[in-house]
Design a protein around this ligand. Structure first.
Ligand code: DOR
Length: 310
């Protein structure tokens, strides 16, 4: 009932982890691979190992989470070795997330992937809000276009981009116009809603240490923004560009809503962090329940079919 195809690979369901959650080490990645998730993505890799920002740097709130991890990761080679090893063991569809600390690093990371044996998907993270002094690339439309123009002079493997949330119709229009110029496999909306501030009232203090307490929001707070981005891009992007919906998935109804807005796959961050990998079987069961109640037999029956009021 939940089966879905991505790049001609049949997945048992459309659920994945969101990059950053439960995917830093090979142990965590093995757990994801062995879970009920249809696929998984690695922690965003930079060229070199990064310690990330000082702790506390992730905080669960009643309605979601705030984080300023600062891209702690084990470096590209660590994740590339892992996915190549699994590929040789027969793994069909894997997602490797990457971002560079500079324009040149972005290009050299993708060249390394292009020249490697890896045949899976690359998720190019253009939206990390948490590295001090480094603005989110995809809020700079000119830079995004320049970078993707250069990437597609040499990169021929499947690749998608992870975007920050946009909040203005003119920005949906402009980013979609840029993305439609390139043979992207998919667009993933959204990364965390950048630079929120959560306060502990008793202490009259912020809850995370980096950047004076500012950090990316996830969870229930961000579902309407995530759905708007999925919907807006599905309406604007070439049909050949798939959409991964990320943000605000707490239960099966949220997964259904992402798919109704046009998501091909749906990623889970904050709720995976709260519940662990058992979340995937719960969400898959709850999604099936919603579909049964509505009389739908497959995801294609309702994908992208959100109604508007005429
Ligand atoms: O919320 C996020 N946190 N998004 C990213 O892209 C990176 C991550 C981090 O490591 O700070």
């Amino acid at each position: 009932m939940l089966k879905t195809n991505f790049l001609d690979v049949e997945l048992s369901n459309p659920l994945m982890n969101a990059s950053g959650v439960h995917c830093m080490t090979t142990e965590e990645l093995d757990e994801l691979a062995g879970s009920a998730a249809g696929a998984f993505v690695t922690k965003t890799a930079t060229r070199d190992y990064r310690e990330g920002n000082p702790e506390p740097r992730y905080y669960d709130t009643a309605l979601g989470s705030i984080n300023s991890m600062g891209l702690p990761n084990n470096g590209l080679d660590y994740y590339l070795d892992y996915v190549i090893k699994r590929q040789k063991e027969g793994a069909k569809l894997q997602f490797l997330s990457v971002t560079g600390m500079s324009y040149e690093e972005n290009i050299s990371l993708l060249k390394k992937i292009q020249e490697s044996e890896y045949e899976g998907v690359t998720e190019f993270n253009l939206s990390c809000p948490n590295v001090p002094g480094k603005p989110q690339i995809a809020y700079d439309f000119e830079l995004t276009e320049k970078l993707l123009s250069e990437v597609f002079t040499f990169f021929t493997k499947p690749i998608g981009v992870k975007l920050p949330p946009y909040f203005d119709i003119a920005h949906f229009d402009e980013m979609a116009r840029i993305l439609n110029k390139f043979p992207l496999t998919y667009v993933n909306s959204v990364n965390s809603v950048g630079n929120g501030l959560y306060i502990d009232l008793d202490k009259e203090q912020v809850v995370i240490k980096p950047k004076g307490g500012f950090g990316g929001l996830g969870g229930e707070y961000i579902k309407p923004t995530a759905l708007a981005n999925v919907r807006a891009f599905r309406e604007r992007l070439n049909p050949s560009i798939k959409i991964i919906g990320t943000g605000g998935v707490i239960n099966g109804r949220d997964v259904f809503e992402h798919i109704l807005c046009g998501a091909d796959l749906v990623q889970v961050g904050t709720t995976l962090h709260k519940e662990g990998v058992a979340v995937f079987s719960r969400l898959a069961e709850e999604l099936q329940e919603v579909m049964k109640e509505k009389g739908y037999k497959s995801l294609d029956d309702f994908r992208g079919k959100l109604k508007v009021i005429e």
